[in-house]
Design a protein around this ligand. Sequence first.
Ligand code: DLL
Length: 444
Amino acid sequence: MLVERWNDAAGGFHPASAADYLPKGKLQEVQLRRLRAVVERAYANVALVRERMQADGVRPDDITQLSDIGRLPFTVKTDLRDTYPFGLFASPMSEIVRLHASSGTTGKPIVVAYTREDLGVWAEVMTRTFACCGLHRGDILQNAFGYGLFTGGLGAHYGAEALGATVIPVSGGNTERQLMVMQDFNVTAVCATPSYFIHVIERATEMGIDLRTLPLHTGIFGAEPWSDVMRQRIEEGAGIKAYDIYGLSEIIGPGVASECEAQHGLHVFEDHFYPEIIDPESGEPLPDGAEGELVLTTLSKQAMPVIRYRTRDITRIIAEPCRCGRSIRRIQRIGRRSDDMFIIRGVNVFPSQVEAALLAVEGTLPHYQIILTRQGGLDQMTVEVEVTPEVFSDKVRALEDVRTKIAKAIEHILGIRVTLRLVEPRTIARSEGKARRVIDQREI
Ligand code: DLL
């Protein structure tokens, strides 16, 4: 009975989503209970956490209210590298049933672990994610997140199965096969990185397939920043609603936060992942609404509890109630991560700023690359962007027009001049997963 009710109602209620609607007091009770347990677990089993807490003179018993979380030491990415591969595990290997790894930018990957219970929580938060995006039993989900060490594929897979949707584990890549599956299997929803799905839309157009005529109605995208213009292009190109989902391997994978039908901020599944915003310089906590670095604490992880992880993702907490009725708080979509920032001639630049400037100009395609070089001791930034065939072929007028507009837009946003290279469609390499936007050749 219950199953039918949530199945039939549009935007229906899934039983797994109950925690999304907990009254604040009840939620905080759950959070505090779990916080105390996870701190105790980490203190007892993870040397790094215990040593840091001892150095700070904090004991697990000192955590008596949620705000005491501020007394706990941060965990940073290099902690995972320094303890590679298993140093932060809190469970014996005999209880760990899955490992994933994230490549990161340099050297060794970071390794993350899950007990059977952790996998249950992961499936639960991914079920809540899909329910948030309006999926039901009966939906046919093409899962084009990569399967493998990347958490996207398997994370989405078990969540969608738990929801009761039909999962097609196609993984990333082989775009023509993706399109065959999409048409022949009556696919209604798709998961992918936004940059890869843009490529799928383009390939469909080249093959004379109009995605807007298919049963496909929902896209669930994440694992990399994507702008509102990008969303608009995806929604129009495929005739779907496109939702943003967020997560990271260190915390669990996808399933940390998800947009809902309002498409205005991502609900954090904060009964499992406690969010804080801090000033990235001082490490001091910032109030709701202020922009800063997102810090996450896993409240229920067994195999690898992570206390106050500095994500380096920049966002803010939206405390106002959401019109979907969920009581769990939202974070603003993540457009910037402090890692991605580069400095060019003394100016701090985020790739998302360049993207905003490029895509604001009509005639550009959402494929671009930023190439940094050093010539005669001076940093140079070259932006390579694809333009539509119409613009590209009209070398005299349209191309120059687009070039001037982009140059102006970039100068307006960044205050610097850059070298622009407008190239024809399909010049810039496509990725099946996360797009690589910046190529820094300055060290070579
Ligand atoms: O990307 C997990 C994931 C898979 C999330 C599928 C969503 C969908 P990592 O490879 O460890 O894990 O990368 C995590 O990617 O710290 C963010 O900087 C970035 N990121 C993830 N989702 C978003 C998003 C997965 N929706 C890192 N918007 C994070 C912006 C995102 N950035």
